[in-house]
Design a protein around this ligand. Sequence first.
Ligand SMILES: Nc1ncnc2c1ncn2[C@@H]1O[C@H](COP(=O)(O)OP(=O)(O)O)[C@@H](O)[C@H]1O
Ligand SMILES: [Mg+2]
Length: 164
Amino acid sequence: MTPLLPSRVAQLLPTRRATVGLAKLLARELVVGDLVLLSGPLGSGKTFVSRAICRALGVPREIPVRSPTFGLVHELAARVPILHADLYRLGGCDEVEQLGLRDRRADALMLVEWGDAYAAELGGSALRVALEWTAQGRLARITADDSARPGLHALAARLHGDSC
Ligand SMILES: Nc1ncnc2c1ncn2[C@@H]1O[C@H](COP(=O)(O)OP(=O)(O)O)[C@@H](O)[C@H]1O
Ligand SMILES: [Mg+2]
């Protein structure tokens, strides 16, 4: 059996087109039940990546995909049902628990902005997309949790192959 080593990847995203390209690669692998945790400072591209994943999965252009900061959770119909959440305004684990997202894991692909600290409350086994600024521009670090399914580890490893 292939050991599930922690998969880590850093991709430079010099242009929006590059970010869309990364999102398309992610979308190709993601399925119902997967949890994607998007982290990084305001404006780093969490919603941009979420939107590009949604578009790649067939959410039509006329349906806006915005940061659900106020509604907290948006439901989108695509080739797979998608729940897009933004936990920025939540006060802690209890409030995340109360959203009941863990119970909905089996029914949707979950894209969660600012959810990094709440992996357990969201059911764990996440693919993490951490966006940051560097002198060269935006950078995405992609990590599959140890407990994530093998396909997500393979995805991170594959991306590792064609990046820095
Ligand atoms: N390479 C890039 N990748 C992602 N977004 C980019 C890039 N270059 C410019 N942008 C812009 O940066 C902004 C990112 O905003 P957003 O996705 O809302 O950030 P966040 O959700 O992390 O607060 C968007 O306006 C997007 O058009
Ligand atoms: Mg956002």
